[in-house]
Write a protein that binds this ligand. Structure first.
Ligand code: SF4
Length: 978
């Protein structure tokens, strides 16, 4: 009897004791999770070829078998009703956003794209732009853009955490998460600031558990106590955007109480190096030995001929090696004169002067943290770093040949992320944190901050971005990567008039150090044709018409904006996604992507590997199940297009296609001979690691080995890597670094000063346009400082007294999980979390509806009282609110009716003098200032609808979308449904 009819009889629906009709075939395959960016190893259990459940892989070095709710719920993502299944072309005559499409074949898709892209490439390659979201294949997407010849390429970093990356990399050569992190195994004190739930999710939770069990003390500093902070020993509430003031006050206290690591500062940082104080074109730069044999003058990349004042001998010496020779004592303080009369001072003296007025009382008025608590925190940090220091019995040799019999531990560890970064003062805030970590001597020290290969990079990294208009030529690859790390104004992507050359204005005078590009400005600029009209914009896996954009409603309008002739300002929009997000409806051409369980992927040392402190690790994904419908991995689309367009790197000298497909490309592509995407099982026989000739069986070897390769470096290379001779030589030999010179920590950044000098008109080279001079002169300060978020200049902070921020929920990763049937049971809508005192004062009940207003917009949403938020802040989970019908949610789903986006309150641009506007971003890096918005709240009127606002038109189902009609689970109580 069919199961359904059993409902109407007395016969049991399911007899658990009955033998299965046929013996199921069960199988376990290993791969790498992609339910968030943490990239844990997973085991996927299949029965009769169908997914049954997912658990953690105990053999995986990252998560050791641990899995989180998101990871386990991957099976529901695989069967999501929102899956796209075929390429779609917008119907002629229909409007963008209406979602009217016709299915087309892949061959037709490649014809359309190939023809269009070939024409652009042969005429003006910059008219093609490729921007990608939270993908993990930037080594391929970046190569594609470079080979195409367009500078208009970036991934999501500009609106994610580029302030964290650049602020740290320009100071210590590495950063948090993929690049480094807290050594909780040996730390005694752990300070987490500006982090709720993180990319490094499972490993962080595991490490925190061990740390706490071992008696470590965990302090969480955050406006909100959520996520990891649940197990903190102490929560110190702080006002958003003020962390930099706290760091400056901590530096003030540590320096005033002499709780700093003098020996470390003198040998391993630029603290003793002499800065020119006299006015002129060398003002604020390091003095250097003009002897050319000592190397070129400082440009932020070559620090080895700077000078110090030897207090023991009362003389000026070269910083290295003379200044660190036995018997010398590099001064950290004082004012001196060079032989030619130039006035100089150690950069540490300038730091000391800078933090002198930053008292705990000053910081208390900004941060809301009592001055006594700031003083106590400084004392705790200094005491733990210096008085609980320990030595590991690991001998090592530094870059200047000194043999150290042991490795010194400094058991104070920090971790920080977007809470610091997503402010328009984030770069200098992160710089301040990196300097704080440095004065305590914790960099790459046991118990402190530790790098992960291929970091540390040089300061400034040896990657110059595209910076010359003449590089853009028809049918020609760019001769440098679209992204990089400028060390001075000559490396900006500007034209002869100083105007931006990229569509996102990255690497222009507006945001000179925008190392990750500015994806959040692309649609705004392209819809204006600023600085030029694009032809084709390709967006991969980014929900730009909804939660990945500021000022969402305006951006939706921009996507539809037309010129006087009725042509779209962005003529052709290609969207590649696995799901029917809000953005897909705006596409002209839709490319249906695969899920992480259907494709090959690499997490490469050329990109974002999953390295741990003790050595590099790379990982792959292999297909567990076949792609749904006609879905095709975006990687395959790029390889196909690159081959059809005959990019040089994808074509043999005879003009033939070089790579059959993406797996073939991964195995056989070499950046330099022996250097490829994957470092495990290289060489013709698969017996070489790190470098070696391509191995045709490399994918098989990864598949057999849990999809991961780990290399354990010898113990003596695991610490102090900025200056560790063995490591520096090893890193160069394996091409993680171009040079093997030491990486001195840049407490004082002469690279920043070169931009400031240009703005002050003191140099002969490139200068910012008049309207940006003051901006550059102010924010390119070579020493860290705190300033209020830029939004506060444009907003009446009395009328809008509250800060509003978002956080990522533990159970969801951005917008990906709102179609996940299991995870929706945890969050199907979000509340505005408000301190009860504030909500009550506004007359809003717990669970009641309210209006949240900023100077830029308003939303209606529900309020939840929470004691776990400081009274000056309101917050919500990000990306849970959805457009009705998007993601194939049922009409009237909670996500659309009760969920809301804070994005509607955030402006994408801030007004500037002279009627101009500029992106609401950090003036140094272009990082989106998501967390700067100021708001006020008021109750909704009783007669108002109990529905979130704003609402948008319902999104209809795309042709071929899997939809809700299909029963996704084909098993019932252990047996396949008949
Ligand atoms: S932490 Fe992220 S990568 Fe790890 S199991 Fe959870 S979702 Fe997957």
């Amino acid at each position: 009897m069919p199961a359904m009819w059993k409902l109407f009889t007395r016969e049991p629906i399911h007899d658990p004791l009955a033998p299965p009709a046929t013996e199921p075939v069960t199988e376990i395959k290993t791969t790498t999770c992609y339910m968030c960016a943490c990239r844990c190893g997973i085991r996927v259990h299949l029965r009769d070829g169908e997914l049954r459940y997912i658990d953690g892989n105990p053999a995986h070095p990252l998560n050791k078998g641990v899995i989180c709710a998101k990871g386990a719920a991957g099976i529901m993502k695989q069967v999501s009703p929102a899956r796209l299944t075929q390429p779609l072309l917008r119907k002629a005559g229909s409007e963008r956003g209406a979602g009217e499409f016709e299915p087309i074949s892949w061959e037709r898709t490649f014809e359309i794209l190939g023809e269009r892209l070939a024409k652009i490439r042969s005429t003006d390659p910059k008219k093609f732009a490729l921007f990608t979201g939270r993908d993990q294949m930037q080594a391929l997407t970046g190569l594609f853009a470079r080979q195409f010849g367009t500078p208009n390429y970036a991934a999501h970093g500009g609106f994610c955490s580029v302030n964290m990356a650049t602020g740290m990399i320009y100071t210590i050569g590495g950063s948090f998460w993929e690049f480094g992190g807290p050594d909780l195994e040996r730390a005694r004190l752990f300070v987490m600031i500006g982090t709720a739930e993180d990319h490094h999710s499972n490993p962080m939770k595991m490490a925190l558990g061990k740390f706490k069990r071992a008696g470590g003390r965990f302090i969480s500093i955050n406006p909100v106590r959520t996520g990891y902070s649940a197990i903190a020993d102490e929560w110190i509430p702080i006002k958003p955007g003020t962390d930099g003031a706290l760091f400056m006050a901590l530096l003030h206290e540590l320096i005033a109480s002499d709780l700093i690591d003098h020996a470390f500062l003198k040998r391993f940082t630029n603290a003793p190096q002499l800065v020119v104080l006299d006015e002129g074109e060398r003002e604020g730069l390091f003095a250097f030995d003009p002897d050319p044999a000592k190397g070129p003058p400082g440009d932020g990349r070559h620090p080895h001929n700077k000078l110090i004042w030897d207090a023991a001998g009362g003389r000026v010496l070269n910083a290295y090696p003379e200044g660190i020779a036995d018997g010398c004592d590099p001064a950290l303080e004082g004012h001196y004169q060079l032989d030619d009369g130039t006035r100089v001072a150690p950069s540490f003296q300038l730091l000391r002067d800078r933090v002198a007025p930053c008292t705990p009382e000053w910081a208390a008025a900004i941060t809301g943290i009592p001055p006594e608590r700031i003083k106590k925190l400084a004392q705790e940090l200094g005491d733990t770093a210096l008085k609980q220091a320990f030595e590991l019995p690991i001998a090592w040799t530094d870059a200047w040949g000194k043999r150290w019999p042991t490795t010194q531990g400094r058991p104070v560890a920090f971790h920080a992320m977007r809470g610091l970064a997503a402010h328009s003062n984030g770069f200098q805030t992160v710089r301040a944190l990196a300097v704080l970590m440095s004065v305590l001597g914790t960099i790459d020290a046991p118990g402190g901050f530790r790098h992960k290969a291929p970091y540390p990079r040089h300061i400034v990294p040896n990657y110059r971005a595209f910076n010359d208009p003449s590089m853009i030529k028809p049918n020609t690859p760019l001769n440098s990567a679209p992204l990089g790390f400028p060390a001075n104004p000559d490396e900006l992507a500007i034209d002869a008039d100083g105007a931006p050359m990229r569509i996102d204005h990255a690497f222009s005078w507006e945001y000179p150090l925008s190392a990750h590009g500015l994806m959040h400005t692309v649609i705004t600029n392209a819809s204006r044709g600023d600085p030029y009209r694009l032809d084709t914009l390709m967006i991969f896996m980014a929900n730009m018409a909804w939660n990945s954009t500021m000022n969402t409603m305006a951006v939706r309008e921009m996507l539809n904006r037309k010129d006087d002739k009725g042509e779209y300002m962005i003529p052709f929009l290609v969207v590649c996604d696995a799901f029917q997000s809000e953005t897909v409806a705006f596409a002209d051409l839709v490319l249906p992507d695969t899920t992480y369980l259907e494709r090959h992927d690499v997490m490469s040392m050329l990109d974002r590997p999953i390295s741990e402190f003790d050595g590099p690790i790379d990982a792959v994904r292999v297909p567990i199940v076949p792609p749904l419908g006609e879905c095709k991995p975006f990687q395959e689309v790029l390889i196909e297009l690159a081959s059809r367009l005959k990019f040089p790197a994808f074509t043999t000298p005879q003009g033939e296609r070089k790579f059959k497909d993406y797996p073939d490309f991964i195995v056989n592509f070499e950046l330099t001979p022996g250097e490829g995407y994957l470092m495990g099982w290289r060489g013709a026989n698969g017996d070489q690691h790190l470098n070696g000739a391509p191995n045709p069986k490399q994918w098989e070897m990864y598949a057999k080995n849990d999809c991961v390769f780990q290399y354990h470096m010898p113990e003596e290379m695991r610490y102090k890597r900025n200056w560790n001779r063995a490591y520096l030589d090893f890193a160069k030999a394996h091409r993680w670094r171009q040079r093997n010179d030491p990486i001195q920590l840049a407490l004082y950044s002469d690279a920043l000063q070169t931009f400031r000098l240009a703005a002050l008109g003191k140099t002969r080279g490139r200068k910012p346009p008049e309207h940006l001079r003051q901006r550059i002169a102010t924010y390119f300060d070579p020493l860290p400082f705190w300033y209020p978020p830029l939004e506060e200049d444009a907003t009446d902070c009395v009328a809008f007294p509250l800060n509003a921020i978002t956080q990522r929920p533990m159970a969801m990763y951005h917008s990906w999980d709102s179609q996940n049937a299991w995870l929706r049971q945890i969050h199907s809508h979000n509340y505005l979390q408000v301190n009860p005192k504030v909500a009550q004062a506004a007359g809003i009940a717990d669970g009641g509806w309210c209006w949240v207003e900023s100077a830029w917009g308003k939303v209606r949403c529900m309020v939840r009282y929470s004691e776990a938020v400081e009274p000056g802040t309101v917050w919500t989970w990000n990306a849970i609110g959805k457009a009705d019908g998007a993601w194939q949610l049922a009409p009237g789903a909670d996500e659309a009716r009760k969920g809301f986006l804070l994005n509607h309150l955030i402006t994408d641009e801030l007004p500037q003098p002279g009627g101009r506007s500029i992106s609401n971003s950090d003036p140094v890096t272009g990082q989106a200032g998501w967390y700067d918005v100021r708001v006020r709240i008021r109750p909704a009127e009783p007669e108002e609808d109990e529905v979130s606002s704003p609402q948008v038109a319902t999104v209809g189902a795309m042709p071929g979308v899997r939809g809700r009609g299909e029963a996704p689970l084909t098993y019932f109580a252990g047996r396949k449904r008949p």
